[in-house]
Ligand binder design. Structure first.
Ligand code: ATP
Ligand code: MG
Length: 420
């Protein structure tokens, strides 16, 4: 038992896992850049009010999941439970809306929610998210979804399911809410505690409750898609048409609503059958009212966030060529050879060549074994004789060839070989 352990629901990302994450992040950065997105680095902490106002007072996140504390002056601060609120705050604060074109941003980093830890659900978890601010054309909805799937394709993930819905706008949602409330009225008693609570505050959430009884009770609930106003309904059609144009398959799921208040119109979730009960890898939607809510001019917007832990669970290490093997291993024997190895390794590394050598005075055999297991491209063997004569053996580990070279010239030697 170690003296200190990380706190419940908060984990170290160990090197093997971190490599996978780097691979994921690199792929995301490349794809998002291709689609014209730029990175924004948002703070980990914000005034609590930003989240309570934007996410919604009656949502699970704000009601029970936020890490909130008073700072030394008594101001309430929260660890960010998600990224969109901060992106929108930054967008308004820095008047990014004044720019000629739409703003496309992405972020990568940890989020914090006080949830019950289980597989795919942590208290500190990482998200990659993207937001488009300033465009109302439903084609953008399809574009950002297709960006997400281009990214999944790059990772070799082909079995993900796109669930799609429209949750209407402030014109049409109130009427649906009323219809739904009257449908639920005589069923309240049968719903789970959570949903009994939600009934008044956020009845739409009852529709995507994970409890079996709630699902059964609401099987015949009215569909929000039948309540959409002309504008929402036309926009939804266009999203679907655009997705069809790029051959993206989707499931229309009128029960899917999002757990945050700021969403309007398009809502989507990407799920996997391989994840068990926490099956949502990514989720997002349009939030046309949020920028104004946060103090900016009316600005349509859409975004998504994906969960790194769940995405990583879907990727098998062996399918990814994660590790860059060392280009060269210097097998050094004796003090002088070790000194030379130290100096050569420095020179080679400053020129972008990846080098390993031994610090523990191991035998040649042991060093060769290590070079092999690391997958090194070449091995340079330096012993006392080699130091004296200035000549040493360079082994090519791929074709098992070997050649005697002037070892002081190893940099140009490696450069020539790596070019070839
Ligand atoms: P869930 O349905 O799992 O509660 P959510 O609707 O709360 O998800 P969002 O706020 O939309 O999730 O976050 C987007 C994504 O972030 C999720 O699809 C999921 O992959 C990931 N995510 C959310 N909460 C957690 C968590 N506690 N631990 C790990 N990943 C999470
Ligand atoms: Mg949640």
């Amino acid at each position: 038992m170690s003296k200190y352990n990380s706190i419940r629901g908060v984990y170290d990302i160990l090197p093997m896992e971190a490599e996978k994450w780097q691979f994921i992040e690199t792929a995301a950065r490349k794809v998002f850049d291709d689609y014209g997105f730029s990175e924004i680095k948002i703070p980990i902490i914000e005034k609590s009010e930003l989240f309570t106002r934007s996410i919604g007072e009656d949502t699970d996140i704000v009601e029970k999941e936020m890490y909130t504390f008073p700072d030394r002056k008594g101001e309430l601060i929260s660890m960010r439970p998600e990224g969109t609120a901060s992106v929108v705050r930054a967008y308004v604060e820095h008047k990014m809306y004044a720019s000629q074109s739409a703003t496309k941003l992405y972020y990568v980093g940890p989020m914090f929610r006080y949830e019950r830890p289980q597989k795919g659900r942590r208290r500190q978890f990482f998200q990659i998210g993207a937001e488009v601010l300033g465009l109302s054309d439903p084609a953008i909805d399809a574009e950002i979804i297709s960006m997400l799937f281009t990214f999944f394709d790059q990772l070799g993930l082909e079995d993900l399911i796109l669930n799609l819905n429209s949750i209407g706008c402030k014109e049409c949602r109130p009427a649906f809410r009323t219809t739904l409330l009257s449908f639920l009225e005589d069923k309240i008693g049968q719903l789970c505690d959570n949903c009994q609570n939600r009934y008044e505050k956020n009845p739409l959430r009852v529709l995507d409750c994970k409890s079996k009884t709630c699902f059964e009770e609401t099987k015949d609930a009215p569909s929000i898609l039948d309540s959409l106003c002309t504008c929402c309904s036309e926009d939804f059609e266009k999203v679907k048409t655009c997705l069809d144009m790029v051959d993206l398959k989707y499931n229309i799921n009128p029960r899917m609503v999002r757990g945050l208040d700021y969403y309007t119109k398009t809502a989507f979730e990407v799920t996997s059958n391989r994840l068990g009960s926490q099956d949502a890898v990514a989720a997002g939607g349009r939030y046309d009212l949020l920028v104004e809510e946060v103090g900016g001019p009316p600005t349509p917007a859409i975004g998504f966030a994906l969960g790194m832990e769940r995405l990583s669970l879907l990727l098998e290490e062996e399918d990814l060529s994660l590790k860059r093997c060392p280009d060269l291993y210097i097998a050094a024997l004796g003090v002088l050879a070790h000194e030379a190895a130290f100096r050569l390794a420095h020179e080679l590394r400053t020129h972008g060549i990846k080098v390993e050598f031994d610090h523990e005075g191991r035998s040649l055999k042991a060093q060769m074994r290590r070079a092999n297991s690391l997958g090194c491209g070449y091995v340079l063997i330096l012993g006392e004789d080699e130091i004296k004569t200035g000549r040493a053996i360079l082994k090519d580990m791929t074709n098992h060839g070997q050649e005697e070279i002037a070892w002081e010239g190893i940099l140009s030697e490696m450069r020539t070989r790596m070019r070839g």
